[in-house]
Design a protein around this ligand. Sequence first.
Ligand SMILES: [Zn+2]
Length: 215
Amino acid sequence: MNEDMITIPLERNPSISVNMIPGHYATSNSHRTHYLAVNHLKSSALLAREVARELALPYVSSTFVDTIVCMDETEVIGAYLAEELLKPGLSVKNRGRDINVVTPILNINKKLTFQTDTMKLINDREIILLLSTITGGSTLAAALEALTYYHGNIVGISALLNAYPDQQEHKINSLFVGENLPHYELYRPAACPLCKAGKKIDAIIVRDGYMEANY
Ligand SMILES: [Zn+2]
């Protein structure tokens, strides 16, 4: 599958890239023409630090931040983002403060919530919401709902990739946007032209990773 991989580097920092692997992919609510591989940006300490430096730019000299809420296994990036925002420097807004990096959990009803001792880091705090790839928007919506419910004050939303910026009602600071991704398409399963053409599913996308289909 990987021989057709297309690597899309970030123009201003080519060490950061998204890999597009063409195929026929399914999630719980969509079928897609490519798998967007970004896990290397989240697990490699060196790359996660590069990503954090880029993601910090919109906030570093302007925005008080108490808490970074990490979705989709972005905790390593979140920790480096906090480090960037706390770096000594005259123009650094959060100099001398502290920033907490937290992750919500799913309650028994599969709703996002926070552990009791984490809630105080959300309630009335200045929050950056950090996501990996925004495609369908369901993770974003669930995270915003939870943060609103727990009275977090969202001062910024950041993501590695926002496939459909026009469809989001919030401003999202993302490294990559849909127009960087040639021929990337997402369909409702019932309307998927790849299915209609009889093409088998290559893999199921689970969160940001994929599991190859054995059928
Ligand atoms: Zn399909």
